[in-house]
Design a protein around this ligand. Sequence first.
Ligand code: HEM
Length: 207
Amino acid sequence: MSHPNTQVRRVYDPLLRALHWAIALSVVALIASSQLAEAFEHGPYETTIWNLHILAGYGLTAALVTRLLWGLVGPASARGQDLWHPATWKASLKNLRLPSAHRVGHDPLASLAYLFAYGVMALMVVSGLGLAASEFQTGPLAAWLGNAGWVEDVMEDPHEFGFALMLGFVGLHMAALVFHQLRGERVAQSMVTGKQYLDAKPEVQHD
Ligand code: HEM
């Protein structure tokens, strides 16, 4: 339920939102194409589907690199610092309770999950580019790793493990958004409109 003193703030800039959706779409395309390629294994379309998977991987790579740069030079709510809240994390762990106040910008606890997801996505990009080079002789690493059979042995397990972690993140992210929606908190819309609806409580967190 909205607080009578709810403040509406423009927080997330258009590039940050566009990057969020580019990352989300790439991840969905990567998950779908990997499952399709496995379903059509040894069939006539297998290689085509893996090529689509690799294309979606380039999309994710470009979006992640741009997000990293925007995290260095973008507005306050896009900066890396907006995802870095060690004091809140420590206090939550010590008191074993969720942070109670809402702040302008990214939720402090959710930020921990976002940093984790970015780490997993970086692992997926590095291992994926290695696999594209060694298995399909394509991509920026092909000239270097095109004939390196060992890359497949080393990269395949981390790529599959990262896939499972990514599914976990997406499930948790969706569950958290539904949880806020059910509590009447308009969180999910903020990556569409850029606006946040904040209750005017005295305990707004700033770390
Ligand atoms: C595969 C699907 C998705 C992935 C991989 C994903 C990933 C992410 C990531 C990495 C962030 C941090 C953004 C940043 O760096 O600024 C984020 C934030 C956010 N996402 Fe998603 N997202 C997905 C789907 C969605 C959907 C469907 C919605 C709802 C319409 C949504 C709403 C949000 C919101 C509101 C935030 C910011 C929350 C806050 O203020 O802390 N996401 N998401």
